[in-house]
Design a protein around this ligand. Structure first.
Ligand code: HSE
Length: 343
C-alpha cells in the first residue's frame, strides 16, 4: 500500500509524565511512523503549567526533552514564547491534551477542546475530565464539525479496552460492563492483601507514578467513575456523565485474614448495567478474572450473544499511555488519508 506522506503538526498541551513519554516515543518511532504509515509528525508548540514554546518549523524534540528534564520547566528554551493562546493561535492539524484531569471543572482540558473545535483542529486526549463531565455534547460537536476526537489513552493506559469493544465486538449489543479500571487502587488493595497499610501502599503507588496529581481522585473512586462514563458511552451508547455514577472509594476497606482464607478479597469494581452506573469496593472471589495483580486493569464486557469477554492489561503509566496516544495519532493519519486502520 502506498501512503502519502504528510506533515502532521502537533500542539502538545502538557509536559508531565505522559507528555514527556509521548515525545520520547515520537523520537524513537520517527522512522517507523514515516515508513509504515507515511506519518511525519512535527511538534510545533508545547506547554507545561507555566511556560510555552512555539516554532512553526517544528521544535527540536530531543532538546526540548533535555531542557524540561534538567530545568523542570520550558522557561529559557530558545523557542519560548509568552502570552500566546497556543491552541487558538498556532496552525496545526492536531492538539494532544495530556494536562491533568480535573473532575470538578474539566479545566484546562475543556478550554483546549473548545478552542480546537473553534479553530478546526482534531484532538487526541488522555485527559479524562472533559469527557467525564461533557462527553455526549463534545462527541456530537466534534462530529458536527467533521473533526476527530480520539481518546484511547483515557481508559486503560496502554491496554486498548475502547478499541477492543469498538472493533472486536462491533455488531453486538453490550449489555453490561464490569471492571477494575484504576491502577492505583488495585495496587493498594493488592498490597493490603500482603499486610501493608493503606497509607504506605498509597505512598508506593505515588512513587511508581500510577496515582493522579490529586490521589484522592483515585482512592475516592472518581478516576474509575470517569473511565466508566467513557467506556459505557462508547460501548453502550448511554449518553451519561459523571453525575450519573454512584461512587464510593476504598478508604474504609479492610482485607481480613478470614476473607482471604475463604478465597475472597476486595476490589474497586466499576459496573454499568440495567440498574445504572456505580463504582464501589466489592468482595469478590480471588479466582475471578477481574482479580488481577499490581496496577493491572481488567474489564469484562458482557455481549448479548457471545457472552463475557475479559481483557487484562497495564492500566496506568506514562509510557503505556503514550503508546495509546501514538495509536490514536496513527488512526488519525489513516483517517485523514482515507484508510480505515486495521483493528
Ligand atoms: N491514576 C490512574 C490509575 C492513572 O491509577 O489508574 C491512569 O488513568
Amino acid at each position: 500500500m502506498l501512503l502519502r506522506v504528510e506533515r502532521m503538526r502537533i500542539i502538545l498541551m502538557g509536559m508531565g509524565v505522559v507528555g514527556q513519554a509521548f515525545l520520547e516515543l515520537l523520537e524513537l518511532e520517527k522512522a517507523d511512523l514515516y515508513r509504515k504509515y507515511g506519518l511525519h509528525p512535527v511538534v510545533v508548540a508545547a506547554s507545561d503549567s507555566n511556560s510555552m514554546v512555539y516554532n512553526p518549523r517544528g521544535l527540536d524534540v530531543q532538546r526540548l526533552l533535555n531542557h524540561k528534564r534538567s530545568e523542570g520547566t520550558l522557561h529559557g528554551f530558545p523557542d519560548e514564547v509568552q502570552g500566546m493562546d497556543l491552541v487558538r493561535e498556532v496552525e496545526a492539524e492536531v492538539v494532544i491534551d495530556v494536562t491533568p484531569s480535573n473532575f470538578r471543572t474539566g479545566e484546562p482540558g475543556i478550554s483546549h477542546l473548545r478552542a480546537a473545535l473553534q479553530t478546526g483542529k482534531h484532538v487526541i486526549t488522555a485527559n479524562k475530565g472533559p469527557l467525564a463531565l461533557e462527553m455526549p455534547a463534545l462527541v456530537e460537536m466534534f462530529q458536527h464539525k467533521g473533526l476527530r476526537l480520539l481518546f484511547s489513552g483515557t481508559v486503560g493506559g496502554g491496554t486498548p479496552f475502547l478499541r477492543f469493544v469498538g472493533k472486536c465486538l462491533s455488531g453486538e449489543k453490550i449489555v453490561s460492563i464490569r471492571g477494575v479500571i484504576n491502577g492505583t487502587t488495585n495496587y493498594i488493595l493488592n498490597r493490603m492483601e500482603d499486610g501493608i497499610s493503606f497509607r504506605e501502599a498509597l505512598r508506593e503507588a505515588q512513587e511508581k507514578g500510577y496515582a493522579e496529581a490529586d490521589p484522592s481522585n483515585d482512592v475516592d473512586g472518581w478516576d474509575s467513575a470517569a473511565k466508566l462514563v467513557i467506556l459505557s458511552n462508547w460501548a453502550m451508547d448511554l449518553g451519561v456523565t459523571l453525575k450519573d455514577v454512584s461512587v464510593r472509594g476504598i478508604r474504609d476497606v479492610e482485607i481480613t485474614e478470614d476473607m482471604l482464607s475463604r478465597g475472597k478479597t476486595v476490589r474497586l469494581i466499576a459496573t454499568a448495567d440495567e440498574s445504572g452506573l456505580r463504582v464501589q469496593p466489592e468482595e469478590i472471589d480471588r479466582r475471578d478474572p477481574l482479580v488481577v495483580p499490581g496496577a493491572l486493569n481488567a474489564v469484562s464486557f458482557i455481549a448479548e450473544i457471545s457472552g463475557r469477554h475479559t481483557l487484562i492489561g497495564k492500566g496506568a503509566g506514562g509510557r503505556e499511555t503514550a503508546a495509546a496516544l501514538m495509536r490514536d495519532l496513527v488512526e488519525l493519519k489513516m483517517y485523514l488519508g482515507g484508510v480505515e486502520p486495521c483493528s
